[in-house]
Design a binder for this molecule. Structure first.
Ligand code: TMP
Length: 216
C-alpha cells in the first residue's frame, strides 16, 4: 500500500495503444472519489516538454539521450509527480523509467548498470525512498502488429521510425523489467479487441489493495 498518493505508469512499444485506456482508468478513479493527475514522459512540465521535443526529433548519441530522459524525469518528479502524490492524488503517467530501460537500454544498447545508477540518483526522494510506480500497466503487443497499427497513422518521430528489430529489443526490455519486479507489473495482452483490453486493465487494477469499489 502506498504511503501517500497513488502512482500508476503505462508502458509499451509505440503502437501498443495505451492512451484510450489511460483515459478510461482516469474516469474510473475519479468515480471512486480520487483526484487524478494525468501526465506523461518525456514531458509533463514546461522544461521537460522542451526536452521532449529535442528527444523526439534531434539526433544524439545514446548517453545524451539517456541523460536528457533522466533530466526531464527529474524535473517532472520535482514539479509534478511528488507534489501530486503528497496531495494524495492518483498520478497516471504515460511512460516512466521502465521506458528508459526498454528504449535506451535494450533498444539502443546503452549500459543498464549506468541506467540503474541514474535511476537511483533521479528517483530517490528526500526521505531516501526510491520512487517507483505502485503499479505499471504494460501493454504487450508483438512489434509486427504495432508496426502495422502505426503505418501511415501520422508522421513518425525518431523512435516510431525505428525498424521492427529495435522494437523487438524494446519489448524484450519490458519483459526483463517485469521479470525483475513482477509484483509491480500488470501485463496486458494488447492484441485483443479494445473492450477486452479495457476489461483486463480494470481487472488488474481491481486486484490492487488501493482499488475502491463504487456502489452501482
Ligand atoms: P509517447 O509517444 O508514448 O509519448 O513516447 C514518446 C517516445 O519516447 C516513445 O517512442 C518512447 C520514447 N521514450 C524513450 O525512448 N525513453 C523514455 O524514457 C521515455 C519516457 C520515452
Amino acid at each position: 500500500m502506498p504511503t501517500d498518493g497513488l502512482f500508476i505508469s503505462f508502458e509499451g512499444i509505440d503502437g501498443a495503444g495505451k492512451s484510450t485506456h489511460i483515459d478510461a482508468l482516469a474516469a474510473a478513479l475519479r468515480a471512486q472519489g480520487r483526484t487524478v493527475t494525468l501526465t506523461r514522459e518525456p514531458g509533463g512540465t514546461p522544461l521537460a516538454e522542451k526536452l521532449r521535443a529535442l528527444l523526439l526529433h534531434d539526433a544524439m548519441d545514446p548517453l545524451c539521450e539517456a541523460l536528457l530522459m533522466f533530466a526531464a524525469r527529474r524535473d517532472h518528479l520535482q514539479q509534478v509527480i511528488e507534489p501530486a502524490l503528497a496531495r494524495g492524488d492518483a498520478v497516471l503517467c504515460d511512460r516512466f523509467t521502465d521506458a528508459t530501460f526498454a528504449y535506451q537500454g535494450h533498444g539502443r544498447g546503452f549500459d543498464l548498470a549506468t541506467l540503474t545508477t541514474l535511476e537511483r540518483w533521479v528517483q530517490t526522494t528526500p526521505q531516501g525512498r526510491l520512487r517507483q510506480p505502485d503499479l505499471t500497466v504494460w501493454f504487450d503487443l508483438a512489434p509486427e502488429v504495432a508496426a502495422r497499427r502505426l503505418a501511415g497513422a501520422r508522421v513518425p518521430d525518431k523512435f516510431e521510425s525505428q525498424p521492427v528489430e529495435f522494437f523487438r529489443r524494446v519489448a524484450a526490455g519490458y519483459a526483463q523489467r517485469l521479470a525483475d519486479d513482477p509484483v509491480r507489473f500488470a501485463r496486458i495482452a494488447a492484441d485483443q479487441p479494445l473492450d477486452a483490453v479495457r476489461a483486463d486493465v480494470m481487472a488488474a487494477c481491481g486486484r490492487q489493495a488501493w482499488w475502491r469499489e463504487v456502489a452501482a
